[in-house]
Design a protein around this ligand. Structure first.
Ligand code: SF4
Ligand code: SF4
Length: 446
């Protein structure tokens, strides 16, 4: 058990970070064997791609192409210039056909730019490559910004934000943990792109002016650990560390806690750390060396609800329906389709949405009926919550519509990891209650 003192700024909150805590993580079956050893299949859309005009929370894009215009894979098609700068590039060659509002993997309706593919996949270098060894810190940050590199392991926020105006960084942490069940996309990416990853990592280390860099890989991948160790063997201050097979070890806060034995309030940089996903480092390496943005994604399509689980390499904007059909289709007439992994992904009612730059998985599960029973007050949900929350008290405050209590219980700190539902012996959808409380808080702020 650990005891962490409440720090300044959290006055009045009853977040369990101030209480005796349980393990705050849990080993869960990985099911990685369904896809881990299979070749990545390269798929192309039959005719259309729908490029989401979305990055992080940014949606206000200026479209740089017009209807009927011919584009190449790599043509810049839109740019967002609000709080943050995020350009978007075409993923196929073909003709621009307009903009349409469609359901996005985040469950929000977003604008998508439609390109009719000409089937040729002609590429054009999107921007000039950059030698990271010669470039300065600011030049690298600007390059990452203009290349449109977004975080490939989460909500897809522009990656350059982590490096802008940071100082006193001790450790750059490259996250290749991939802790969610079923997903092996990062594993496959790292395995086949070691050189690009090393370039990306070294450029990131330079941008962060970090004293050292550690690449974290789950201990269940000894062969990958060995490969990456060999790739960085002659590089000073870059090491590989194997981390326990528990969920959510890949969550930034859990990983930092494990590697640095320290906690932070908002950002890891407060305690001298920057965390980036390994696939993001590969994307940055590709931009630096080849002058290309993220126009393709490796996505794990897995679960007991899809006939041929595998990893696929697809252009950004390819429709999920085409992908699941290429994977043999669904095993049952009704399945649960999740954009992402089974723990943190979002269940989507149809397969008309598309792969985005931040997508890494589609999980398809059989629907298994179950019955929940009343809460046993066992405390498992609180003990395992990686954010140190108390889901039962949150549910009570939700029922009582007590927003002040929700605030005090730090509802907004929930990362929707799903662990409280997973460990609940009563089979209650505990996470859903916390989600509802979060929505109430968000509505109250509008
Ligand atoms: S879903 Fe939220 S409340 Fe539940 S364990 Fe994860 S962080 Fe904690
Ligand atoms: S894990 Fe389930 S049964 Fe146990 S306290 Fe939490 S909600 Fe109740």
């Amino acid at each position: 058990m650990q005891f962490t003192k409440l720090k300044g700024g959290t006055k009045g909150k009853v977040n369990a970070m101030s209480l005796f805590k349980g393990p705050m993580h849990q080993h869960i079956p990985g099911h990685k064997d369904l896809t881990e050893t299979k070749e990545v299949r390269v798929l192309k859309p039959q005719q259309w791609v729908y490029i989401p005009l979305y990055a992080g929370h940014s949606t206000d894009f200026e479209i740089l192409v017009h209807e009927g215009e011919h584009v190449y894979a790599g043509t810049k098609i839109a740019v967002c210039n609000d709080r943050i700068v995020v350009p978007i590039y075409a993923s196929v060659s073909g003709t621009v056909r307009g903009v349409q509002k469609l359901m996005h993997a985040t469950l929000k309706t977003q604008d998508h730019l439609i390109i009719e593919s000409d089937g040729k996949y002609e590429m054009r270098q999107a921007f000039a490559p950059l030698d990271y060894q010669r470039a300065g810190k600011e030049e690298l940050v600007e390059f990452m910004m203009n290349a449109g590199i977004v975080g490939c392991g989460g909500a897809g926020f522009p990656a350059y934000m982590k490096y802008k105006n940071v100082k006193d960084i001790k450790k750059l942490i490259i996250n290749a943990v991939e802790c969610e069940p079923y997903i092996t996309a990062d594993y496959k990416m790292v395995q086949s792109n070691l050189d690009l990853m090393v370039t990306g990592v070294l450029a990131m280390k330079k941008m962060a002016q970090a004293q050292s860099c550690v690449i974290a890989i789950k201990k269940t991948h000894p062969e990958l650990i060995k490969q990456v160790q060999e790739a960085v063997a002659n590089i000073a201050d870059v090491t590989v560390v194997s981390v326990p097979d528990v969920y959510p070890m890949g969550w930034e806060r859990t990983l930092v806690r494990h590697l640095m034995q320290a906690d932070y309030k908002r950002l890891p940089s407060e305690i001298g750390a920057i965390v980036n996903n390994a696939t993001t480092a590969i994307a940055f390496g590709n931009a630096l060396i080849n002058g290309m943005p993220i126009i393709e994604k490796t996505v794990t399509v897995s679960g007991d609800g899809i006939k041929e689980p595998c990893n696929v390499r697809v252009p950004v904007g390819m429709q999920v329906k085409e992908i699941t059909e290429a994977c043999g289709g669904y095993t049952d007439e009704e399945v649960k389709l999740i954009a992402g992994g089974p723990m943190m992904g979002k269940t989507i009612v149809n397969d008309q949405f598309v792969v985005d730059r931040a997508s890494d998985a589609l999980t398809v599960l059989k629907i298994v009926p179950y019955k929940d029973v009343a809460c046993l007050r066992c405390g498992q949900c609180s003990d395992h919550c990686p954010a140190g929350l108390q889901p039962v008290r949150i549910a009570q405050s939700l029922n009582a519509k007590d927003k002040a209590m929700m605030e005090r219980l730090s509802v907004m700190d929930c990362i929707e990891c799903g662990l409280c539902t997973y460990v609940c012996p009563s089979r209650l959808d505990v996470t859903e209650n916390v989600r509802k409380a979060k929505r109430q808080m968000q509505l109250a702020k509008k």
